[in-house]
Design a protein around this ligand. Structure first.
Ligand code: SAJ
Length: 407
C-alpha cells in the first residue's frame, strides 16, 4: 500500500518515517522545497529523542520526499493550522490547499485522513467543500477521515508507537484500511468512530489537561497566600487513589492545550463556564509570575529590570518549540507595561528570537541578580551549582537548590 504524508513538520515527519519503517511505501510531501532538499540530504529539521535512528530506518526502507503530490491509496494530512491568538481561531488554509492538491492526483477510492489540529466541525466546514469543488464525490471517489494526532513533544516516538488512536470515518471499509496503515507502526488500540466524535475527543483531551493545570495554578496562588507548600499539598493529595492533579507552572504554552479549549468557548459561549475559567486562569498565570517577580525584586532591593534574567524561551522542557510559550507571553505583558531590559537565555534557541537574548549560559548568569527559571530543561538541572549566590525564582520546582523561591 502506498501512503502519502502531507506536511513534514513535528507530526508529519515522524509519522511518515514510522509508516515507512513499518513496511509500507511512503512518500512525504512538503511545499517547502528547502526542507525537502535538506531531508533528501539527511538533515532533520528539529530535535526529538530517537528521530535520527528512525530516519535511518525509514531511509533504508525507501521513504521518499517530494514537493509535489503523487497518487496514493491513503493521504495523511499533517500540515500546520496557524492560530490567531487575538481571535482564538485556527486557520485551515493549509489543509484546504493540501486537500485541493490531493484531489488532482488521487486515484478513485483514496482516503484523505486529516491529522492536523482542527476545531470540531472543520471536516465539514473546510475539507468537504474543497473536495466537492474539485468535482469528486465523497464516499465513492474519495473517503474522508479525521485521525487526530496524540503524541507529546519530547516523547513523540514512544507515544507514536504506544498510544491508542482515534480513527474518525464515514464507513467501515475506510476504517479498516486506516487501521492497517496505523497498525504498521502503532501497537496501541485503534478505535474507529465517526468523524464528529473524533474531532471532539481531540479537543476534549487537551481541554481536560488545561482545566487540570488551571486547578494546579489556582491552588499555587491559594497556597502562596497561606504560606503552604503547594507541591507537598499536590503530592499528598495525589496519593488518594482517585486524585491526579497536575503541576502548577508559569503558564500554559504550545500549539494545543492553550489553543483547543478556545474552540469550545468560541462555539458554545452560552454553555461553557469551567472551560473558559480555566483558560483565563492559565492565560493570566504569566501576569501572576510578573507580580511575584516584582515582589521578589522589592524584597531584595533590585530596582533595575536588567538585573532579572529569564531562563527558558520554549513552551516546555527539552523541546525547541516556542509557540505560545509563557516566557513570550511575559515579554508581551512587559511591553504593555513598558518594562524592557530583562535578559533571556535558552540553550534550545541558538538564534536571536528576542531582545537582550544571551547565547552563553555563564555570561547570562553573571549579568543578572535574579534568575527566573521558566522552563525545566535538563540543561539547568545539571548546572545548578552555577546559580549559587544568585536569587533564584524556580517557577517549575525543578531545582534541588534549597534557597530557590518557589511558586
Ligand atoms: N504544563 C503545566 N503543568 C503540567 C503539565 C504541563 O503547566 O503539569 C504546561 C507545560 O509547561 C506547557 C503546557 O502545559 O506549557 C502544555 O504542555 P504539555 O506537555 O501538557 O502538552 P503539549 O502541548 O506538549 O501536548 C499536548 C498533549 N495532550 C495531552 O496530553 C492531552 C499531546 O498528547 C497532544 O498530542 C498535543 O497536546 C497536541 O498536539 O494536541
Amino acid at each position: 500500500m502506498r501512503v502519502c504524508v502531507a506536511g513534514l513538520g513535528y507530526i508529519g515527519l515522524p509519522t511518515a518515517l514510522a509508516i515507512s519503517a513499518g513496511g509500507l511505501e511512503v512518500i512525504g510531501v512538503d511545499l517547502n522545497t528547502d526542507l525537502v532538499d535538506s531531508l533528501k540530504k539527511g538533515f532533520l529539521p528539529f530535535k526529538e529523542k530517537g528521530l535520527p535512528e528512525l530516519f535511518e530506518r525509514a531511509v533504508k526502507a525507501g521513504v521518499s520526499f517530494a514537493s509535489i503530490y503523487a497518487p496514493a491509496e491513503v493521504y495523511i494530512i499533517a500540515v500546520p493550522t496557524p492560530y490567531d491568538s487575538r481571535y482564538k481561531k485556527i486557520n485551515t488554509k493549509y489543509i484546504e490547499g493540501a486537500v485541493a492538491s490531493v484531489c488532482k492526483v488521487c486515484p478513485k477510492g483514496a482516503i484523505i485522513a486529516v491529522e492536523s489540529t482542527v476545531s470540531p466541525g472543520s471536516m465539514d466546514r473546510a475539507v468537504r467543500p474543497v473536495i466537492e469543488e474539485a468535482g469528486l464525490v465523497i464516499g465513492s471517489d474519495v473517503h474522508i477521515a479525521h485521525v487526530p494526532e496524540r503524541i507529546i513533544p519530547g516523547n513523540m516516538l514512544y507515544e507514536l508507537e504506544h498510544n491508542s488512536r482515534t480513527i474518525g470515518v464515514e464507513n467501515a471499509e475506510a476504517g479498516e484500511k486506516l487501521k492497517q496503515v496505523y497498525s504498521s507502526f502503532c501497537k496501541g488500540e485503534m478505535v474507529v468512530t465517526d468523524i464528529k466524535v473524533a474531532e471532539m475527543t481531540k479537543v476534549v483531551e487537551n481541554t481536560f489537561r488545561d482545566i487540570n493545570i488551571a486547578f494546579a495554578n489556582e491552588l499555587s496562588q491559594i497556597c502562596y497566600n497561606e504560606g503552604i507548600d503547594v507541591y507537598e499539598t499536590i503530592r499528598i493529595a495525589n496519593m488518594h487513589p482517585r486524585v491526579k492533579i497536575l503541576q502548577p507552572g508559569p503558564g500554559v504554552g504550545g500549539h494545543c492545550i492553550s489553543v483547543d479549549p478556545w474552540f469550545l468557548v468560541g462555539d458554545y459561549p452560552d454553555i461553557v463556564n469551567v472551560v473558559f475559567a480555566a483558560r483565563q486562569v492559565n492565560d493570566s498565570q504569566p501576569s501572576y509570575i510578573l507580580r511575584r517577580i516584582s515582589k521578589i525584586m522589592q524584597d531584595n532591593n533590585i530596582t533595575d529590570i536588567s538585573d532579572v534574567g529569564f531562563y527558558g524561551l520554549t513552551y516546555k522542557q527539552n523541546v525547541d518549540d516556542t509557540r505560545e510559550s509563557p516566557t513570550l507571553q511575559i515579554i508581551e505583558r512587559m511591553k504593555e507595561n513598558l518594562a524592557s531590559g530583562a535578559r533571556f537565555y535558552d540553550p534550545f534557541i541558538p538564534y536571536k528570537l528576542v531582545d537582550n537574548q544571551h547565547f552563553d549560559f555563564e555570561s547570562f548568569v553573571d549579568d543578572v541578580k535574579l534568575v527566573v527559571v521558566m522552563v525545566s530543561h535538563d540543561h539547568i538541572k545539571s548546572r545548578e551549582a552555577m546559580l549559587r549566590g544568585k536569587i533564584v525564582f524556580d517557577t517549575q520546582n525543578c531545582l534541588a537548590y534549597a534557597d530557590a523561591i518557589k511558586l
